[in-house]
Design a protein around this ligand. Sequence first.
Ligand code: HEC
Ligand code: HEC
Ligand code: HEC
Ligand code: HEC
Ligand code: HEC
Length: 306
Amino acid sequence: MSRAIPLFIGVLVAALGGACGSAPVPSARVPVPSARSSESGCASCHAEIAGEWRASFHRTAFSDSTFQASLALEEPKDRAFCTNCHAPTRVASEGVACVSCHAEPHRRNPASVATASCAPCHEFTFEGRTELVQKTVLEHRASAFAGTACVACHMPQRAGHRDHRFVAGHQPAALREAVHVSASRAGNAVQVAIRVDAGHDFPTGDMFRRARLLVFAEREDGQIVADAERVFGRTWGAIAQGPGAGARTQLSDTRIRGTWQATIPLEADTPVARVRYTLLYERLVAASGDHVSVRSSDTLVEGEAR
Ligand code: HEC
Ligand code: HEC
Ligand code: HEC
Ligand code: HEC
Ligand code: HEC
């Protein structure tokens, strides 16, 4: 950025009588950008925000290989449905661009883009049907955090503006802060309690996400003598008959809404020395039909039940 521009912004913001970030709507005095491209039209003045957005999954929503692989499975005529959300401006390298969220920058109050602006993309139905694919907004409304806006968690204040990196599930460190597991032994069983401080079900969003709890009973020498597994996610299958037969539909939903607890039996025929547990966060890929395989797996929590 040249030196003249920050000066210009400084004078302008002073004239409006506000500090950056909490400044009033810049009104007609900030020109309405003519270029709609995030890189050429916005980044020159909003360099820091542009830097964060470049590091976000919004920018790569269209270009990333996972999306491309899944797009390739669609009939060409159906692909616009996907692109409308993953690259609304049709600039492939910009994915969800600045103007995808700020349709009319410098013209309206920034607050008007908050929670309501996430909804059209983060909650939607299968094309031409009423069944929801993603339902993060409904889940949010049913959660203990219904009164906390999406941006309060996903766009915390950073250096005087809202963080545009949209930190979430792709950062295991952020996930670990939100997920709490406790486990205790009770005879031939283990009692597990999980609490997730997310503003919606866990995992939320995409169809092909799940969390998996593994529990192992070990002998003194470390040999595993019993194990158990609990899966938190949605499963999908085909509509059996009638209208839409063959189309994908949700079969089950075992995700965690706030808290989950259970007593898990571990029947071993030798004395158990230790019980260990692991909670994994997994991204899946849909292969043919209803079969899925694990694409990536992050260990969120590991421990020993006492
Ligand atoms: C996924 C949606 C989304 C994208 C993409 C996005 N923004 Fe934002 N932006 C928001 C939201 C939400 C706010 C906060 C509004 C509020 O404070 O209520 C915001 C706030 C801002 C603000 C006000 C200052 C602040 O951060 O509080 C500026 C300036 C801004 N965005 C510029 C940009 C630019 C430039 C880009 C592209 C490089 C961009 N935004 C991309 C959603 C988005
Ligand atoms: C010539 C410099 C300049 C350009 C180019 C520019 N902005 Fe801004 N923008 C400003 C200034 C100055 C402010 C007021 C101070 C602040 O909030 O950072 C502002 C404020 C904003 C705000 C918060 C207030 C509002 O109107 O919602 C958003 C959002 C925003 N800009 C988005 C964009 C987007 C998106 C682009 C590209 C399409 C863009 N800006 C291009 C200078 C610019
Ligand atoms: C134009 C559509 C669109 C809008 C508007 C939008 N998003 Fe997104 N968002 C997406 C898409 C598409 C992805 C998936 C990107 C990927 O993983 O490839 C995504 C990903 C995310 C992620 C996941 C980041 C990660 O680490 O995986 C979060 C969190 C998120 N959005 C929050 C928000 C919030 C909060 C808002 C409202 C302020 C919002 N989004 C507005 C389309 C949108
Ligand atoms: C109380 C804080 C909080 C609120 C409010 C909140 N989230 Fe989240 N969000 C999280 C946490 C923590 C995670 C990671 C755990 C998970 O995937 O559920 C997450 C994950 C996500 C993801 C998945 C990212 C990924 O990598 O798969 C998306 C998308 C998302 N949130 C969107 C939203 C939207 C849209 C809203 C508002 C309707 C919202 N969130 C409200 C905390 C919050
Ligand atoms: C209405 C908006 C919308 C439509 C339409 C849409 N998606 Fe998405 N998609 C999203 C959002 C939002 C996310 C991010 C949720 C999350 O992170 O859990 C996402 C995530 C994904 C992901 C996971 C990316 C990752 O990094 O894990 C894939 C793959 C994907 N979409 C493919 C598609 C395909 C293929 C289509 C068309 C059949 C499609 N999407 C239609 C909004 C949409």
